[in-house]
Design a protein around this ligand. Structure first.
Ligand code: NAG
Ligand code: NAG
Ligand code: NAG
Length: 294
């Protein structure tokens, strides 16, 4: 495979998808990584490793060393399902991102089992913050034991992305960003004035409290061009009546642009007054053509 790829030096777009439970070893990944160095013209690359391949950080390092030579890349997607890259693996990805200044479209999905933790999120954030041309950023770090600091670092990183139009962030599953992590994220979100689509999945375990939720809602108010909002928050997060009222107020500010809204507030107590406040905001969204409330 590595040898064959090497001879395709004119490739502009490549997707490498390693299916479930393959037996590629370190040497195999090293050959693949070397082959990636032959694609100087490539603009779009997808690397996916499905469940149970036992991809580790050493193997991922070979791939990242290949990817960082693709300096003309504008679109990169890295999807690592249940494998074992850990914090070090995330560091390799973060380092390679720093070399890819032309990226405008980036997807990073690292699923459970990889356990990148806050230090891994920090390394990714360090890479992401250098990508000032990004317009589309999708990050899914479901169940990676990311705590307060990891979320704060991600918040810092997105602050720099002034051109960002589409942002998807999924921190569901076993992550625990807490109040301060949510506040850190909100500080980044409020700088994203060009945003068109925002999807924020806080899941059910992050334990953010009313103050964190309030700040996140307020950050929406600076997104004057926001057309689509998808917000998911559940159970072990506390919104309170105050949070729901703020959400209503913040939505109201988006009345000229918002056309699509998906709100999932699942098993969070917002009370009667919270519901009223939320409804008060919703009814001013005259441009809304698509709405799901759960
Ligand atoms: C990289 O992109 C630049 C600008 O689009 C182009 O001039 C250059 O030829 C490209 N390099 C390669 C190796 O394709
Ligand atoms: C961005 O990348 C994703 C994932 O590779 C792809 O599906 C999407 O079409 C790309 N979008 C643009 C605008 O290139
Ligand atoms: C933005 O949101 C709209 C409405 O939900 C959707 O149709 C569109 O595909 C989204 N665009 C991107 C680039 O995700």
């Amino acid at each position: 495979m590595g040898k064959c790829l090497k001879s395709l030096s004119n490739l502009l777009s490549l997707s490498l998808i390693i299916g479930r439970a393959n037996q590629i070893d370190d040497v195999g990944y090293q050959r693949l990584g070397d082959a990636l160095k032959s694609f100087q013209k490539i603009t779009s690359f997808t690397f996916s490793v499905q469940n149970d391949n036992l991809l580790n950080s050493e193997s991922l390092k070979f791939i990242c060393e290949g990817v960082e030579t693709m300096t003309n890349l504008t679109s990169l997607s890295i999807n690592i399902e249940a494998n074992i890259i850990y914090t070090e693996g995330a560091q390799h990805i973060g380092n390679c991102l720093k070399k890819l200044k032309n990226l405008n479209n980036l997807t990073i999905q690292i699923l459970h089992g990889n356990c990148i933790s806050s230090s891994g999120a920090e390394a990714l954030a360090e890479g992401i913050q250098t990508l000032v041309n990004l317009e589309n950023l999708q990050i899914c770090l479901q169940t990676n034991y990311i705590g307060v600091v990891g979320a704060q670092n991600l918040g810092q990183a997105i602050k720099n992305l002034k051109k960002l139009k589409y942002f998807f962030l999924k921190l569901n599953g076993e992550n625990q960003i807490e109040e301060d992590g949510a506040i850190g994220l909100s500080q980044g979100l409020k700088k994203l004035e060009e945003l068109r689509n925002l999807s924020l999945n806080i899941g059910l375990n992050n334990q953010i409290k009313t103050e964190g939720f309030l700040k996140i809602c307020k950050s929406f108010e600076s997104m004057e061009k926001l057309q689509s909002l998808n917000l998911f928050i559940a159970k072990k997060n506390i919104i309170g009546q105050e949070g729901a009222i703020q959400l209503g107020k913040s939505l109201k500010q988006l009345y000229t642009s918002l056309s699509s809204l998906q709100l999932t507030l699942k098993d969070v107590e917002i009370g009667f007054e919270g519901m009223e406040g939320l409804m008060d905001g919703l009814k001013s969204l005259k441009q809304l053509t698509y709405f799901i409330f759960y």
